[in-house]
Design a protein around this ligand. Structure first.
Ligand SMILES: [Fe+2]
Ligand SMILES: [Fe+2]
Length: 192
């Protein structure tokens, strides 16, 4: 197992959840009520699994090392990816704030205010989906080959050990498994 394999496996999980959120956005325009519990699970996944853990592995472990050995062009690339993480963070925050308004209205789209919040939630979700699909594709195509090219096998093994430490400190094994269970549960509902 290489660090790039671990990052790719996490990207696959994120892409699956983005697809589920996309289906929820498409279906929501025909429903009187949004599936807020499912959206809340998904937002939790974005803020904990994706931001704290996955972006943490990239920002705190891979990017600093890449920044040390990289050419000016590669350093700019790292800066670009960090800016996208920051944009993703802002969008997740907006989703959280909008869902608070929706919950205040019991998720029922019966008032102009709750309808406006639902529209905003869908728009922000779509922005996040587009941003993250582009970001993941860019990392798979351009970041991961760079990690494999620039670092020795021993250094890559060191990254894997640091990934494991970061994951157990930030989310722990139990929560990691809970997220995978949640993805399986939502996949059964939305992909069947
Ligand atoms: Fe990233
Ligand atoms: Fe990533």
């Amino acid at each position: 197992m290489k660090p790039s394999d671990e990052i790719i496996a996490e990207h696959e999980a994120v892409l699956k959840v983005l697809d589920i959120l996309g289906i929820i956005c498409d279906e929501s325009s025909e429903l009187p009520q949004m599936p807020l519990a499912h959206i809340e699970y998904i937002i939790d996944f974005f803020s904990i699994f994706v931001d704290k853990c996955h972006h943490g592995k990239e920002e705190d472990i891979l990017f600093p090392e890449l920044y040390i050995v990289g050419t000016p062009r590669q350093k700019n690339f790292v800066g670009f990816l960090i800016k996208e993480h920051q944009k993703a963070r802002v969008l997740v925050q907006e989703m959280l704030e909008t869902i608070k308004v929706m919950k205040g209205a019991d998720g029922l789209l019966t008032t102009p205010a709750s309808e406006a919040a639902a529209d905003k939630l869908i728009a922000v979700s779509r922005s996040y989906i587009n941003l993250m699909r582009f970001h993941i594709n860019n990392e798979n195509q351009n970041l991961l080959p760079l990690i494999e090219k620039l670092f020795s096998r021993a250094k890559q093994d060191e990254f894997l050990t640091l990934f494991e430490q970061l994951e157990s400190e930030r989310i722990g094994n139990g929560l990691h498994q809970n997220f995978h269970n949640m993805i399986n549960k939502l996949s059964l509902i939305y992909f069947s």
